[in-house]
Design a protein around this ligand. Sequence first.
Ligand SMILES: [Zn+2]
Length: 299
Amino acid sequence: MTRRPAILVLAALTLGLAGCTAAHAGTGKPPKPKPPVVAAAPSQAADDDGQPDPAPSSAASSGASPAGSPAGSQAPSDPAGPKVPDRAGKPVSHVTGGASGHGPFGSITTTGTAAVALTFDDGPGPYTGQVLDLLAQYHVKATFCVIGRQVAANADLIKRIVAEGHTLCDHTWDHDLNLRKRSDDQIRAELQKTLDAIHAVVPGVPVKYFREPGGNWGANTVAMATSLGMTPLHWAVDPTDWARPGAQAIINRVLSHTGPGSIVLVHDGGGDRSGTVAALRTILPNLTSRFTLIALPTT
Ligand SMILES: [Zn+2]
């Protein structure tokens, strides 16, 4: 967001605390190129209690199956006593909150295929048009996580995003970084108002993804997004472009961390995005030479 003076932004960066954009830093360190399963474990453990599970965890049951045959097939020559079916050894596949990704609270970090997805947050705004121009130039489809209160004033950009085949994602009405601390009614309103604003401009367009501001997920926000038909969308690659590290740093971080299936977080809004735009001139031709880039599917 543009309203924060540079000094405050610097202070927020220094402290590692929330700022509109700085908050992405909280969970947004560029992950090492390994499966993002680790990140999910602590959150899901906390999430396991008390949450309704609208989508029963099929993964959990499949996790038990490998233990099925060994239990009975070997002769009981082991003096250690009866073998107990292995229930505790496979908690990794537990899925909670109605979401089944490997990010916080089951949010997704990968596309599920080898295709890479670029996602643009905090628009629409003054740089969105340039981003769309570059995407068109390189024949790339992407996903735009828009802030609801910016939609009506940028209706033409929303229409263009849709007309050019990109996917829309709900990024709350006003980028509330503490959304998970609000009441369910407030959370629902943040998400629904944004959906309504989008649909006032582009009626009927599917909005199947929700991204939590700052990646500050909670079990409640994931559950609400899911109940509204949206998949919680996290990321695998975050070059922290919001901190304006310069185009070359953004380029290096994205190109070195992106692998098959990566969901990549960058920003078309929230301040001066000239560095991100400049970086895209290198990122787009490079990534398109190595991967298929997709808009996240809406069906
Ligand atoms: Zn954001």
